[in-house]
Design a protein around this ligand. Structure first.
Ligand SMILES: *Cc1c(COP(=O)(O)O)cnc(C)c1O
Length: 467
């Protein structure tokens, strides 16, 4: 498999070549030259496979330059009952016939990002070992991504993580999750400022190409292709779990922010998984819902702070991958559209034939508000005795609006309620359940560095600790 850029300006590369990188060299996103298509027989053989075998079957088609035995070992080491608290890895919970929750949040940080990030950690370790290389991951986080990255890179020999977060702005649970890590390759930097300050520092450091090269600075953001690939797997797992034959169709509702998760669903559908609808659920930050309803993509200057904070985005970084397919994989068109976006503008496909193809791709969408979240959390708890988190609630709310008779609806659970206890308490008047082994999380000793919001201070810290 060859990987190209959505904007057409990158020579073809292999999976391993794009693994450690971020954007393609021309500013676009990396994408396979064609999606692997599964035959009826291949799909039939996958039914009944456990998560590890299924993951290997899906991922090997994308990571075809990693020897099969090596890839199998990496996958087997990643998807264990020990790391994901459950041998199903992504178990399906049936609320009532035809209505299901896909449990993606049983990894170390209780959010779905672990599913991809844990694999990425092991892939990084493998490739760095082979190439006798090292990497210093620099990132900014307001909660979920940073912790998932840190837990994936814990103790990895050739990897160090420098994670910036706004001092005092994360929830006590999220703070404790990150700052209680004592492994010497993890550095938490608490910046006196807000999340945007952290992100600006990361951008400034990454734009200093000399510094970046000299100190082997890398990233693990949501545009990383391997992360998308790892997420394709659980669409297969869920499909087989809720159907009796491969003739049936299933719809998925996906709480969305940067469009990584639902992009993986799109790829599963393109590979031949019988998906009926992909339902994009947003919160008040509705840039994606607006696009799927109207054809206009208008990144916002402001992001609203909501009670489903991991979906608080004003620009969806993976969206360009879907638009590439939508416009018939024409890089010239994508390049032109993103010239507008990168220049602070927007685009509108409503008057083009591309817009009508949205239905062919199975996409539909909806929006959910704080009041909707509270009501959905309450309803699901009262009706089924199941506690869902705020992001999952957005997905359930929008999913139910698009539910069709005779077609199973799978709502993706993207975090556990325990991570967002404040809103759970507001909705239910009681606290969220949390896994027993995390009972004392906030009481564990914390290790972090407090720093002024200064590019130079962060650079000095990296130089002193990157070895
Ligand atoms: C990251 C995240 C999302 C959004 O996923 P995307 O792939 O960015 O669309 C939704 N819910 C939770 C809990 C997340 O951490």
């Amino acid at each position: 498999m060859k990987y190209l850029s959505t904007r057409g300006g990158m020579p073809p590369k292999t999976f391993t070549e794009i693994l450690l990188g971020g954007l393609a060299t021309d500013g676009g996103l990396t994408i396979p030259d064609a999606y692997p298509k599964l035959s009826k027989d291949e799909l039939a053989a996958m039914r009944g496979m456990n998560y590890r075998d299924l993951a290997f079957e899906v991922i090997r088609r994308f990571a075809d330059d990693i020897p099969a035995a090596d890839l199998k070992a990496i996958v087997d080491k990643t998807y264990t009952a020990e790391i994901f608290r459950n041998d199903e890895i992504t178990p399906v919970k049936t609320l009532e016939p035809g209505l299901h929750i896909l449990g993606l949040s049983n990894g170390p940080t209780l959010a779905f990002k672990d599913v991809a990030m844990q694999l990425l950690g092991n892939l990084f370790e493998y490739v760095l070992e082979k190439e006798d290389a090292e990497i210093n991951i620099l990132g900014a986080t307001s909660g979920d991504t940073g912790s998932a990255a840190e837990y994936a890179m814990l103790g990895k020999k050739r990897v160090k993580v420098f994670m910036l977060s706004p001092l005092g702005k994360m929830s006590p649970f999220q703070t404790a999750q990150m700052f209680s890590l004592q492994e010497p390759n993890i550095f938490n930097i608490a910046v006196k400022g807000v999340f945007d300050d952290c992100q600006d520092i990361v951008k400034a450091v990454s734009n200093d190409l000399e510094f970046k090269a000299k100190h082997k600075i890398g990233a693990v953001n949501s545009i990383n292709w391997a992360r998308v690939t790892a997420q394709v797997v659980y669409y297969f797992k869920a499909y087989f779990a809720v159907t009796g034959s491969n003739e049936e169709k299933v719809s998925f509702s996906v709480p969305s922010g940067n469009f990584g998760n639902v992009c993986a669903g799109h790829i599963a559908k393109q590979m031949g998984l019988p998906i009926h609808k992909l339902i994009v659920a947003t919160n008040e930050n509705d840039v994606l819902d607006e696009f799927f309803r109207t054809g206009a993509y208008r990144p916002r200057p402001e992001t609203q702070h909501t009670s489903s904070p991991s979906m608080d985005i004003s620009k969806a970084s993976n969206f360009e991958r879907f638009v590439y397919d939508l416009v018939g994989r024409d890089p010239a068109v994508v390049k032109e559209l993103w010239q507008k976006v990168d220049g602070g503008g927007s685009f509108d496909l409503s008057a083009t034939p591309h817009f009508t193809h949205i239905q062919d791709f199975g996409f539909t969408s909806g929006e959910s508000s704080h009041a909707d979240r509270l009501e959905t959390i309450r309803n699901i708890y009262q009706k089924y005795g199941v506690m869902i988190d705020t992001h999952t609630a957005d997905g359930v709310k929008v999913g139910l609006e698009h539910r069709e008779a005779g077609i199973p609806l799978v709502c993706l659970e993207t975090a556990l309620a325990a991570k967002f206890d404040e809103t759970i308490h507001e909705a239910l008047g009681r606290h969220a359940e949390r896994p027993a082994e995390l009972a004392d999380l906030e009481k564990r000793p914390q290790r972090y560095e407090v720093m002024d919001s200064s590019v130079e201070a962060v650079k000095r810290f990296i130089v002193a600790h990157c070895g």
